[in-house]
Design a protein around this ligand. Structure first.
Ligand code: AMP
Ligand code: MG
Length: 501
């Protein structure tokens, strides 16, 4: 494998690597290099993100195809596959690990934050089991679009740095073009990373991992009386806030296994995820989620279930007396529900234009959601149009038109307006605040599928670029892009998404 070497004269390395995970004990990961591919071609480099990470853009423009496909390992990289376990759909698997992902290393970004740079789809690792270590183009584009859209929406998430095609086929139900995705994360440490060591009874490693995580993600806990309990509480609080944000934007993760839940509180592993069109709390997209375990409205409860699995790995560190330790764990997990509810209600209040809290707001929000569900109204458009109704009753017709039973909305609107009268803000100001939290543009599933189809069938990435563009400014009205704000027609509607393997 070729290193990227200067053609002439001294040149700075494209990545200012400063690796720390590679310094952890040998049982945390397996050293493995990416497997070179036949004919790499760079689909996309995320320049603003590359700037933020202090990368050498000129070098990446020159050598990006080789670097982001795994054909050239840049200087300073220490490629490794991370070990982890996980509960998949409730069943514990003691060894998963990065079966098709390789961490190149870490950089410290412009704001001083340490970030992982990882290739996904870059070949087999010791954790591949029967997998080929590869990724298909479709899931790579899906992750690119959706993770960048989540970022633009203000939801904590891993980011997309680059995508390449490999010039090699991957064999799934069909033969598909292969691709490699370059992901940036605050770290790739998962609930399942803790489970990997705990399942082996290796508490020294659990403790070493917890210390590493505190140092990297929660340094304020170093002086805490009980830092490991503090860690459980801090991760719970971040996950509660994260999942509330998912619900605010109509996002369904699809595979909330414990190996797909980060310790940093970022959304990770965009497989069969999607944003819903018509509001339905039971909505599921994933083709493999037959029982609706990871349905839209189940996500907060699953978050807590996953955190209970994290608590199990840490509990013996909370107190030497088992009963006391278990009580501390249960109390910590008990706080999750309240924290989630506070974030959720706060965000929902803002979605309907309330900046103050009153008793009755919860019921008001719930009855609106019930009307949306019964009326089969589009989740995103309903809240966006409600912003127009907040300054002009003339807009009510457009809002009501989203509902199968438009007349059912009138009593709710009347009550809502009485409630708005008790807000201090002027109507125009209120409508603006609502547009700042209720997106016009989300990566609608049918648009994502259309972009993927064009890329696979005709190597046409124009729809992918167009979708990236509209979803990068989700809260702006752009009349010329209005079609991207529209829900699918019945024949465009996508019922299922498939796992990203
Ligand atoms: P995921 O469903 O993508 O979260 O992956 C679950 C587990 O399966 C992880 O350990 C992955 O590394 C592994 N995996 C998924 N796809 C592949 C593949 N094509 N080759 C090897 N391992 C894979
Ligand atoms: Mg995963």
């Amino acid at each position: 494998m070729n290193d990227v070497s200067p053609q002439s004269g001294p040149k700075k390395a494209p990545f200012p690597f400063d690796n720390s995970y590679a310094r952890l004990p040998a049982n945390f990961s397996a050293r493995v290099e990416p497997t070179p591919v036949a004919e790499p071609w760079l689909i996309k480099l995320n320049r603003p993100l590359a700037e933020e990470l202090r990368l050498d853009i000129a070098a990446l423009e020159r050598d990006g195809a080789a670097i982001f496909s795994g054909n050239a390992v840049p200087p300073g990289a220490e490629p490794l596959a991370m070990a982890y376990a996980g509960h998949q759909f409730g069943t514990f698997v003691p060894q998963l690990g990065d079966g098709r992902a390789i961490l190149l290393g870490e950089v410290v970004d412009r704001s001083g934050k340490r970030r992982d740079i990882q290739l996904k789809g870059s070949g087999q690792t010791p954790y591949s089991r029967r997998g080929d270590g590869r990724a298909a183009l479709g899931p790579v584009l899906r992750e690119y679009i959706i993770s960048e859209a989540m970022h633009a929406l203000g939801v904590p998430t891993t980011r997309a740095l680059a995508a390449t095609v490999t010039g090699q086929a991957v064999y799934r139900e069909q033969i598909l073009p292969g691709a490699v995705f370059t992901r940036v994360a605050a770290s790739h440490i998962r609930v399942g990373t803790f489970q990997y060591f705990a399942a082996r009874g290796d508490m020294d490693s659990v403790k070493a991992l917890a210390d590493y995580v505190i140092d990297r993600h929660y340094p304020e806990l170093k002086t805490n009386d009980n830092p490991y309990l503090g860690l459980l509480k801090a991760v719970s609080a971040r996950q509660a806030a994260l999942i509330a944000r998912w619900l605010h934007v109509g996002f369904i993760h699809g595979v909330m296994n414990t190996d797909n839940m980060t310790i940093s509180g970022e959304t990770i592993d965009f497989g069969p995820c999607a944003f819903m069109d018509a509001y339905d709390p039971k909505k599921v997209f994933s083709s493999i989620d037959q029982f609706g375990r990871y349905a839209y409205a189940n996500q907060p409860a699953i978050g807590q279930w996953n955190l209970a699995r994290l608590a199990e790995t840490l509990v013996t560190l909370f107190d030497p007396t088992a009963d006391i330790a278990v009580n501390l764990a249960n109390d910590a997990l008990g706080e999750y529900g309240t924290i989630f509810q506070t974030h959720w209600l706060d965000g929902m209040r803002r979605k309907i234009g309330l900046s103050t809290a009153e008793d009755g707001d919860l019921e008001r929000i719930q009855s609106f959601l019930t009307l949306m569900h019964k009326g089969n109204s589009d989740f995103t458009l309903t809240f966006r149009r409600l912003a127009a109704s907040a300054e002009d009753t003339q807009a009510d017709g457009q809002l009501a038109a989203l509902f199968a039973n438009p007349e059912a909305l009138s009593p709710w609107l009347a009550d809502w307006r009485r409630r708005l009268e008790r807000e201090a803000s002027a109507p125009a100001e209120r409508a603006k605040a609502m547009r700042d939290v209720n997106p016009a543009f989300i990566p609608r599933n049918h648009r994502v599928e259309q972009a993927i189809d064009a890329a696979i069938r005709d190597a046409d990435f124009s729809l992918f670029e167009a979708l990236l563009d509209v979803t990068s400014k989700p809260y702006e009205d752009r009349p010329e892009q209005a079609r991207y704000a529209e829900p699918p027609s019945p024949e465009e509607e996508v019922q299922q998404t498939f796992c990203g393997t």
